[in-house]
Design a protein around this ligand. Structure first.
Ligand SMILES: [Zn+2]
Length: 194
């Protein structure tokens, strides 16, 4: 079995992936501290690059590899893309989002909606295999980034409390991991997809 190139989108059999656009660029920006908040002005929210599907959208930049995701893209089909959460608020915390700039589930195309279940099932099966979490939480807010994106947040053994209270503490970076740890988790999940 060959190891997928982390910078090259892979296909789940739904058609060729979009590999157009310039190559990846680093996330780090001058003078930006780590860890930082996941919002405008942080190193995780790079300057606008002008050619995104939606100008200034971080998700569009990552989908099109204008911003390099930690460990590379985990899934990249015609319709859905997954990569490690930035900042890496927990090991193996994955963001799943449509390739196209869509702001609401109600606006998904039939193809996007139809592919979602297959992609989500395969992705979370791989996460379970690699991470052995107690749970995988699934949620979206859309409050700081309007590109529709689903948080697939592993609750590792020992992470408590549970439920909404845990999410708040994860967002406070209580379980922040290093970029290297996140990249390793992303690579292992991608490899587990087969
Ligand atoms: Zn977008």
């Amino acid at each position: 079995m060959t190891t997928p190139d982390p910078t090259t989108p892979v296909s789940l059999g739904t058609g060729p992936a979009d590999t157009s656009g310039p190559g990846p660029v680093g996330l780090a920006g001058p003078g930006r501290a780590f860890p930082g908040p996941a919002g405008p002005g942080s190193r995780w929210w790079p300057d606008r690059r002008g050619s995104a599907d939606a100008p200034g959208c971080l998700a569009c930049d990552v989908n099109n590899l204008r911003v390099a995701p930690l460990g590379g893209l985990i899934i990249a089909t015609d319709t859905w893309v997954a990569d490690h959460c930035i900042p890496p608020m927990a090991r193996g915390y994955v963001i799943l989002k449509p390739r196209r700039h869509v702001t609401a589930v109600a606006d998904l195309s039939p193809a996007e909606a139809g592919d979602f279940g297959v992609v989500a099932q395969r992705l979370m099966a791989a996460m379970r295999t690699v991470l052995a979490p107690a749970r995988i939480y699934r949620f979206d807010f859309g409050e700081s980034l309007d590109h529709l994106h689903f948080h697939l947040m592993p609750r590792h053994p020992g992470m408590s409390p549970t439920g909404a209270a845990l999410i708040e503490r994860v967002f406070a970076h209580e379980w922040l991991v290093t970029e290297s740890e996140a990249a390793d988790a992303a690579r292992r999940i991608r490899e587990a997809l087969g």
